[in-house]
Write a protein that binds this ligand. Sequence first.
Ligand SMILES: O=C(O)CCC(=O)C(=O)O
Length: 350
Amino acid sequence: MYGNGVTDDVDRTAFRRAEKKYKLYYDQNSKKKKQPRPVDISEVLDFKLILDTFNRTGKTPNGVHVLKGEFDCPVLRLDNRPGFYFIPGALNVEQQCQWIRESLMSFPQPPNRTNHNAHYGPIKDLFAAAGEGKILVQEEHSPESLSNGQAQRCKFCDKSENVALKGYGGSSIMASVLLRKLRWSTLGLQFDWSKRNYDVSLPHNKIPDDLCQLVKKLAAPAMPAGDEFKPEAAIVNYFASGDTLGGHLDDMELDWTKPIVSMSLGCKAIFLLGGKSRDDEPLAMFLRSGDVVLMAGQARECFHGVPRIFTDTEHSEIAPLEKHFTTEHDRCFLDYIGTSRININIRQVF
Ligand SMILES: O=C(O)CCC(=O)C(=O)O
């Protein structure tokens, strides 16, 4: 799904054309300054607006329904995408802040793996090290690198200390650079991207209890009657400006009647929900901080992806987070999320 996630031929499929339509491109103006190319969002579904209108008038667009009363928040569903549910603003701002903190401080901690593992081995305390201006030093010929198959052994150093350590033949990189390049971390059962499967032999911690409790509740509208969701694995996606997630299916879980529970945090994004073929015209919709999407049953067979996040202040819609991350200690979270998006998607694997 990452890297070469978009495998179809350029522009051949409806999904690929939609990705290109919404992707961030830059134009150069006469003063040779890069400007984001304007994007046509007139066809992007806005479930927040649909819900606001429903609350005022009792009306929804054709094919959109609001399930109200049965769950903690109103849940929207679409006639033409059975198994897909959208819960606008399912997480309040305190919950959003909590999961942003966790996504940055604890979720990337070993034994959870991140995209950096393959190159640098396990990295502890990346977010704190980035805030302290530390440098990650790779020791290329350490005994560990030979015995456990990791490419390198890494540790953080203060900048001054690093000058001396570099002399031993390692290379170094700012922790802040690695933080900006953090693309995913995995919780619970660890997903092996190279084999596109869960590797149950890898050491892992259970999904934290408070996340499990929350997700069980959120999953309820998409669950088979009388059944309870079991959160066993999660993938946390980190998006910086210009990052995209190519069209893909999540098909490595055993029972597709169980939903994937997908929580959005930070900057607003466009999500594409296609059909069973990349040739099916995808629906584009906005995802804002606090929105939750459920994909179960037939929706599990639908291609989906994220072609765009909006990091500019006019469109990112993170003002509620700015009001909450106010203390000196919280400044670092706001600095990150002000130009980033985090997605936590939780799965029942078996
Ligand atoms: O970022 C999102 O909202 C979608 C994430 C997703 O599709 C995935 O990780 O499989």
